[in-house]
Design a protein around this ligand. Structure first.
Ligand code: SME
Length: 163
């Protein structure tokens, strides 16, 4: 399998997500190992969008998320339900876009360079399996286009893994 997710510079973000999603379907087709698919998903997102930190936290117990496959610098192993951006997105079962992490009460700083963040819960049949967490070293780096594109990515991933 030789697949490249690198994109030409200068194309707008909506087109970037559309192209990404087309290729992403082929990347995850036929593989059902959660760790493997999450690992390639993090790598593909990193390659296509150059995110500062991109990775997964998986539900490890009723009260705790555990670090999963990621691309970026070292990260905290465990996050309690309701704590930080990840634990809050889990508890509230919704995407959180945080334009300034310093203004988010209880934000967990894995890297002091992180400035903004988006967290998408992975939900299948109303059951939450984990979250996709993406950090940027720039303020206010995630918008509605990111939210839609990333939620669609996770919807495809969950469908491939858990259906
Ligand atoms: N900032 C996250 C913790 C995970 S790291 O950013 C990789 C949070 O507040 O949940």
């Amino acid at each position: 399998m030789e697949q490249r997710f690198t994109q030409a510079p200068g194309i707008d973000k909506k087109t970037r997500y559309a192209q990404f999603l087309q290729q992403y379907g082929a990347l995850i087709e036929g593989e059902r190992d959660e760790i493997s698919v999450m690992a390639n998903t993090a790598a593909a997102l990193k390659e296509a969008f150059g995110f500062f930190w991109v990775g997964f936290y998986r539900v490890a117990s009723p009260q705790e998320l555990s670090l999963g496959p990621f691309q970026g610098s070292l990260a905290c192993y465990r996050i309690r339900k309701g704590r930080g951006v990840c634990g809050t997105a889990w508890a509230e079962k919704r995407t959180l876009v945080v334009p300034d992490v310093d203004a988010f009460p209880g934000h967990i700083a894995c890297s002091s360079l992180s400035r903004s963040e988006i967290v998408i819960p992975i939900i299948y049949n109303e059951e939450i399996k984990g979250v996709l967490d993406i950090d940027s070293d720039r303020l206010n780096d995630f918008d509605e286009t990111d939210r839609k594109g990333l939620e669609e990515t996770i919807r495809l991933m969950a469908g491939a893994l858990y259906a």
